[in-house]
Unconditional design. Structure first.
Length: 122
């Protein structure tokens, strides 16, 4: 992420992108490559106008049905001790990203994420 700061991304804008990137990579490790030999994960980041675009590629298993999960918010009406430890990643990814797309081509999973950049002083 330091390279993104060097490219002009304000440090205070990195928080959401860092959370989304961590969740996406964690999903790849835990699900796409689960039970397989270690695999490659590629990240491409670029600025396009007022947006940061992240593209994450892996060669693990495809998403179920080739579709992005909906991602549901946590139900906070019950006791906190009853909340599951995980399962909220896709909700965070969808909430913090401006746009998200997924495709699988020739064995490669490609997740594309777009984030709005806030001009300094806004």
């Amino acid at each position: 992420m330091n390279r993104l700061v060097a490219m002009g991304l304000a440090e205070d804008q990195m928080g959401g992108a860092e959370i989304v990137l961590a969740e996406a990579v964690n999903n790849i490790v835990e699900h796409a490559y689960a039970g397989m030999e270690p695999g490659e994960i590629r990240l491409n980041a670029r600025f396009e106008g007022p947006h940061l675009l992240l593209q994450i590629e892996d060669w693990g298993r495809a998403l179920p049905d080739g579709e992005l999960p909906e991602g549901q918010p946590a139900d906070l009406t019950g006791p906190m001790d009853d909340l599951p430890e995980g399962g909220f990643g896709w909700f965070m990814i969808r909430t913090l990203s401006r746009d998200i797309s997924y495709a699988r081509t020739e064995g490669c999973n490609r997740l594309c994420l777009t984030f709005d950049l806030i001009p300094p002083g806004s």
